[in-house]
Design a protein around this ligand. Structure first.
Ligand code: IFM
Length: 450
């Protein structure tokens, strides 16, 4: 990693682009899922969102005016391969070509995520992540994108938060594709773990100079009480939330000791899989928003552990009902830093949703500034203590489609008036811009004036 510290903002294709059925794009599982009844709050859909597909040039100029030097976006697999494999959509490829060039023209470094949950529906119809063939389909798609953009995009992330798309999408059924049950979850988990390793290897084989990474959702877990049962429950939750995907990648295998139900994954294992699960990423992305306070629970199948709601604990929380706990990002950075195989950590997401209001053309979002300031301080504290954290990307640049919660939660530095497709830089956007100008190129402790 060349720079001292990468400051940036993050977003994703299915949450921002809109243009869901334009210019030859195929349907994604989120297009299908959101068409179902009672799946998404307010019956919202990602069809138009903030129309980034048409407004990317304007948005990148705004980003430049805020002096944001790095932009993490994702590529919509069904936009470039409408059926997930086979025939390529030239208009889809052309969009990412133009987006990349526009980033570079604005002096913004593009960081690309290859999979941010928008699986082509045509592949879900063949079993999606539960079908082992997905490792090959995904590998072919990665080759295609590298051959198109590998000359200009240096930083690549293979998967976005695999635990969330397998857990919410294939076990709980609350995210697309809406499937449930342990068998679906274990199959999807194993194939996603194979795909993350394959992706990293493909990027490095294509060009060893490229930086290959992948991202993980993570939340430190604290026991609800000093009881041994609660402590053991918190450890199990930690294995599920924080270790399930990184440990096989680094060669430790799945955390079966803490999570015996993972033994059933053997059903999907083939000869050589132990080696196929392992790769050497140049960096890992961690995505932290909160912590989980965990209590033993006989009623919760498999895990026997449950998170205790922040409201009942009477602690500050965001609109997502996630506890505001800045020390959590420090602890989780320390935890991931302990893996000796990890060379560099980037905070590829952190941010907060609050009920923003436009008053006299302004969005005075002080709670978000307070949240960001306290979290960033903890990131820099970890860095100053020697944690290999090399960057911080804020989620998100603009308000966007927040999955099953629709457009209600707003995470952006830039407010979107969806009706008029108008952009208003929130006070947090101005704050973040000033802060990174002061900090770049080297990360120091945030000065008091912020
Ligand atoms: O919006 C999501 C993103 O897609 C993945 N990480 C968490 C964000 C906030 O929920």
């Amino acid at each position: 990693m060349k720079e001292d510290f990468y400051w940036g903002v993050a977003t994703s294709a299915p949450q921002s682009e809109g243009a869901a059925f334009l210019d030859g794009k195929g349907a994604s599982i989120w297009d299908t899922f959101s068409a179902g009844r009672n799946k998404i709050a307010g019956r919202h859909t990602p069809q138009v969102s903030n129309d980034f597909y048409h407004r990317y040039a304007e948005d990148l100029r705004l980003m430049k005016s805020l002096h944001i030097p790095n932009f993490r976006f994702s590529i919509a697999w069904p936009r470039v391969l409408p059926e997930g494999k086979g025939t390529v959509n030239p208009k889809g490829l052309d969009f990412y070509d133009r987006l990349t060039d526009q980033c570079l023209e604005n002096n913004i470094t593009p960081w690309a995520t290859l999979y941010h949950w928008d699986l082509p529906q045509a592949l879900e119809d063949k079993g999606g992540w539960t079908n082992r063939d997905i490792v090959q389909w995904f590998s072919d798609y990665i080759h295609l994108m590298l051959s198109k953009l590998g000359d200009r995009i240096q930083h690549w992330m293979v998967l976005n938060e695999p635990l969330v798309f397998t857990g919410a999408g294939y076990f709980l059924g609350v995210h697309a594709p809406g499937r449930r049950g342990m068998d679906n979850f274990l199959a999807a988990t194993h194939h996603a773990a194979l795909a993350q390793a394959a992706g990293i290897k493909i990027i490095k084989q294509f060009n060893p100079q490229l930086q290959a990474g992948t991202t993980f959702s993570c939340s430190p877990t604290s026991p609800y009480s000093d009881r041994l049962k609660d402590k053991a429950a918190a450890e199990r939750a930690d294995a599920l939330l924080n270790r399930l995907f990184i440990e096989p990648l680094l060669g430790y295998g799945y955390p079966v000791k803490e999570l015996p139900f993972l033994n059933r994954i053997e059903k999907y294992l083939k000869k050589d899989d132990e080696a196929l699960l392992v790769a050497s990423p140049d960096f890992i992305g961690i995505q932290n928003y909160t912590r989980e306070v965990i209590k033993h629970s006989w009623m919760t199948p498999y895990l026997k552990a449950k998170p205790i709601d922040p409201r009942s604990r009477r602690v500050n929380h965001t609109m997502m009902n996630w506890e505001i706990y800045p020390e959590g990002i420090y602890h989780i950075l320390k935890q991931f830093n302990q893996y000796k195989e990890v060379n560099a950590i980037i905070v590829t997401e952190n941010g907060a949703a609050f009920p923003d209001k436009v008053i006299n053309g302004e969005v005075d979002d002080l709670p978000r500034i307070t949240y960001l300031k306290s979290y960033i301080e903890q990131v820099l504290k970890a860095k100053n203590e020697g944690v290999k954290v090399k960057g911080y990307f804020l989620w998100s640049f603009t308000d966007n489609f927040e999955w099953a919660e629709g457009y209600f939660p707003r995470f952006g530095l830039v407010y979107i008036d969806y009706e008029k497709q108008q952009r208003i830089v929130k006070n947090s956007g101005k704050w973040f811009s000033q802060m990174i100008q002061q900090m770049n190129p080297s990360a120091k402790v945030i000065e008091e004036k912020y």
